[in-house]
Design a binder for this molecule. Sequence first.
Ligand code: FAD
Ligand code: NAD
Length: 448
Amino acid sequence: MQKYDVIFIGSGHANWHAAVTLRQAGKTVAIIEKDKIAGTCTNYGCDPKILLDGPFELLDRLSAYQGIGINEAPKVDWPALMAYKHQAIDPLSIQMTAVFKQLGIDVFMGEGQLTGAHTVSVNDHTLEAQNIVIGTGQRAAKLNIPGQAYLRDNRDFLDLEQMPNHLTFIGAGVISIEFATMASELGAEVEIVEFTDHALGAFDPNYVGKLVQKLEAKGIHFNFNEAVTEVQKDGDHYTVLTNTGRQIKTDYVIDATGRIANVENLGLAKVGIQTTRGGIVVDDHLRTAVKHIYASGDAVDKQIPRLTPTATFESNYIALQILGNPEPIKYPAVPSVVYSLPRIAQMGVTPAEAAKSEQYHVQSLPYGKQLLFQYKNEIDADITLIFDTDNYLVGTSIYGNDAPELINLMAFIINERLSANQLNQQIFAFPSASIGIISLISTMLNQG
Ligand SMILES: Cc1cc2nc3c(=O)[nH]c(=O)nc-3n(C[C@H](O)[C@H](O)[C@H](O)COP(=O)(O)OP(=O)(O)OC[C@H]3O[C@@H](n4cnc5c(N)ncnc54)[C@H](O)[C@@H]3O)c2cc1C
Ligand SMILES: NC(=O)c1ccc[n+]([C@@H]2O[C@H](COP(=O)([O-])OP(=O)(O)OC[C@H]3O[C@@H](n4cnc5c(N)ncnc54)[C@H](O)[C@@H]3O)[C@@H](O)[C@H]2O)c1
């Protein structure tokens, strides 16, 4: 039986950062992966998504100069963009495998399963380890309806060689909004069927409302308070039936109704590890009920957003735990971004939470208008700032294409509890988009 200090089940961000750190610290390490090395983000999620989104974002920014410097905008060539995606993304898992092997990490391709508290089977091997880390991620939910076999998911969309003429998305969550934006920009007709009365439930309803209006103006049709009951195939096309009697004729149906933790067939119950609908139950050290078995990333039952940076944070934490750090995990406020056009970002105390408590006050800054040319004519860009009673920033929501960069800056101000005086000790580049926001914020922050 091959023996290791640590075995990792899954090779996504939840695991590989720890695997590399521990190997570099001299531990013997094995990674087991049943699909592609490097996991969802690299192969089927964030990376291909942001690669494909790139030209659409540029065109959206250009559209703000229509008639004032730009007369004819270029068009996205989706098949060429998809070819570039394959060229840039497909080698990543191969490169990561080579890096692991070079570092002396053993890689086993196959399904890992606990056979005991210290043993894992993969194919016909049994491996033994002092510590085991389960980072098996999530998969797309599949609605249990007639015609389930016709439902596509994020993997299929991110591999589309040709954009269909008409697409129907089930669910108005992050995946649908991001993908529907690209499809619609390419000229496809898009329907979104959502069974609640709103899109993007975790984000500021004010900004989500603005975004939905903008998407509707571009031709995306939202069907709120409706559930899909069946999908029928008619030759090369499909008919999506809903509970209100609507029949949507379409070319492609994507089920984006959420994601489910991969906890089945892992042998968890056999060794006494509990799971819930949200994933694997862990303590504040990310340990399962079996103390030398950790869980990390999307597969964990947790309240914080299931994102690549949170998976990475947990992975780094677990490496330090195994190397002897006794401290419980302490998460900072976590930024979440929807890569729509424009982007919506959010972190810390939300506007809705702030509205319910006298502990906070809320300030909205229409920075698109106030800093018009610095923010490249994005006139509707807006930031909501939430301060506590001492005037420290504790939360923010942002509506604008620069939101992913701005929220990283806000992360420092929020998590380091910076005062205006501390911000003013710095000299920032000028002209730059962020310096305008910093000057506006520093007039409102605790002067400390
Ligand atoms: C379309 C899409 C877009 C996204 N965009 C963003 C974004 O913009 N920003 C962001 O922060 N996050 C984004 N995410 C979320 C992000 O991808 C995940 O949070 C992240 O990948 C979680 O990492 P993980 O290692 O926990 O899981 P994963 O990356 O899913 O890795 C788990 C791995 O475990 C393997 N596995 C499962 N069971 C077994 C088994 N029994 N044996 C062996 N291997 C097994 C799986 O094959 C998989 O490779 C996106 C997700 C999707 C689907
Ligand atoms: N930018 C990012 O960070 C990013 C991007 C994509 C994916 N992700 C990851 O993927 C997850 C999002 O996945 P998602 O968009 O599939 O899920 P989601 O939970 O964001 O949205 C699912 C939506 O489907 C609706 N829904 C559920 N069942 C339905 C039904 N039967 N009929 C109609 N609507 C229904 C829900 O009300 C919800 O609005 C995120 O939580 C994150 O982990 C992150």
